[in-house]
Design a protein around this ligand. Structure first.
Ligand code: C5P
Length: 280
């Protein structure tokens, strides 16, 4: 049995560059994994079996864990079957990359259980076939991603910051948010220059998907305004939402239906998957 932690990600800035002929968007974004995580248990089994602690999550072939399993088998021609259990803690439809991280974790785990037939860069390259955000998770946890998300440049781990992740009960669909983008109203940041100044300490957080997300879910903008009165200096949309990332020494309101979690940045070392401190 192999048990691994599957972290969520945030985008410290997310610039939409343009819309591509295939309907996807080129982006330039600083990604960071955080200490909010699901846990996955893997073992070789006589047949495939996926279960999940959250009954609202489908455990059929539409689940990215299953897609990762089939991808791994196709690429390696290994015929083994697996029993996988997913303990879900990362809220879904939040823009936190929970499903993408689960897929990356699955590829890493199966590769370990099968005697490492693939390199980490192969796993990253394969993973892009099933989702734009998945290759990022094979970085060290801090990376500048461009293209659709497949060009991943690992960066030095960043200093910790005080962060809260907040999510209302309503989720957001990523394609719906991208469809709502008004390309003529995007930020004017020059991505590479922005990265350079960000890394030199001028931390300007932004997310070009914010306006579109707020037009799909107007109450999210009200929640952002409310959180800005709670002591946070910045409240930013997480990915395509509906999660919000709060920076600073604030205290979020406690109320039913509002997911609130204080988190830290999390990074991994080359030969290990993401570990939480209490896992050693
Ligand atoms: O690649 P993935 O399946 O995660 O993308 C989900 C949706 O997000 C796509 O169908 C597309 O609408 C949008 N997307 C995009 N450009 C990207 C990544 C995602 O338009 N770079």
């Amino acid at each position: 049995m192999l048990t691994l932690c599957s972290p969520a990600k945030i985008n410290l800035f997310l610039k939409i560059v343009d819309r591509r002929p295939d309907g996807y968007h080129n982006l330039a974004s600083l990604f960071q994994t955080i200490s909010l995580f699901d846990t996955l248990h893997f073992e070789i089994n006589a047949h495939d079996q996926l279960s999940c602690s959250d009954p609202t999550i489908p455990t059929d072939h539409t689940n990215l864990v299953f897609k990762a399993l089939n991808l791994f088998r196709n690429k390696t021609q290994i015929k083994s079957c697996f029993k996988i259990h997913l303990e879900k803690k990362i809220p879904h439809q939040a823009g936190l990359g929970g499903g993408s991280g689960n897929a990356a974790t699955t590829l890493w785990a199966l590769n370990q259980l099968c005697g490492k037939p693939a390199s980490t860069s192969q796993l990253a390259e394969w993973s892009f076939e099933i989702g734009s955000d998945i290759p990022f998770f094979f970085s060290n946890g801090t990376a500048y991603c461009t293209g659709r998300g497949e060009h991943v440049r690992s960066l030095k781990a960043m200093p910790q910051e005080n962060i809260w992740i907040i999510k209302p009960k309503e989720g957001l669909s990523t394609p719906a948010v991208y469809r709502g983008l008004n390309l003529s109203k995007l930020s004017k940041h020059v991505p590479d220059e922005h990265l350079e100044s960000f890394l030199s300490g001028q931390k300007h957080y932004f997310n070009d998907l914010e306006t579109a997300a707020f037009s799909v879910l107007p109450s999210l903008e009200c929640l952002q305004k409310e959180l800005l009165t709670c002591g946070f200096h910045t409240v930013l949309l997480a990915g395509s939402g509906s999660g919000l990332i709060c920076f600073g020494n604030g205290h979020p309101p406690i109320r039913q239906g509002l997911f609130c979690r204080e988190v830290a940045f999390l990074n991994r070392t080359n030969d290990q998957w993401y570990l939480l401190k209490d896992e050693g």
